[in-house]
Design a protein around this ligand. Structure first.
Ligand code: MG
Length: 169
């Protein structure tokens, strides 16, 4: 019996974290100088969380909260690079290869673009993607809403996966 043919798929991820005094700000695995960090059970890397959700979503494998429950002591202070690495492994175990990720960080401050090259290198390290398949963009919220009031940072991300080699034989 032939397996059902599979085609590329796309997943979306969205995450928000609130600013908190006295924490280091981590975005895309990079520590960014800022007067505040983000609140969270893990290291609160909102960018990696959105990308992780996009990767999981592409393969319909649930979300970050399902695989890494925030109430679980195991994930307290967790390195979000590890969460993304595990999500990519889950997707690969399901017979997919990750093709690309694209994310937009929505924040009034800090400036993200000066750090995007370093973030892309980190994400390459974690996902194994080529650098030109990793896109990190940034925008402000034009002063509107919770992002505009600088209460937190939001990120949206997409990821595309394609059938792994065993599907192409
Ligand atoms: Mg999160």
């Amino acid at each position: 019996m032939t397996a059902t043919r599979r085609y590329p798929r796309t997943g979306i991820g969205y995450d928000v974290h609130r600013f908190e005094e006295g924490r280091e700000l981590l975005l895309g695995g990079v520590a960014i100088p800022h007067e505040r960090g983000l609140e969270g059970h893990s290291d609160a890397d909102v960018l990696l969380h959105a990308i992780t959700d996009a990767v999981l979503g592409a393969a319909a494998l649930g979300d970050v909260g399902l695989h890494f429950p925030p109430g679980d002591a195991k994930w307290k202070g967790a390195d979000s690079r590890e969460l993304l690495r595990m999500a990519v492994a889950l997707v690969e175990d399901a017979g997919w290869i990750l093709v690309n990720v694209d994310a937009t960080v929505v924040a009034e401050a800090p400036m993200v673009n000066p750090h995007s090259a370093a973030m892309r290198l980190e994400i390459r390290e974690v996902t194994g993607l080529p650098i030109d398949a990793i896109s990190i963009k940034a925008t402000t919220n034009e002063g509107m809403g919770f992002v505009g009031r600088e209460e937190g940072i939001a990120v949206i991300a997409v990821a595309t996966i394609a059938p792994g080699d065993s599907d192409n034989e």
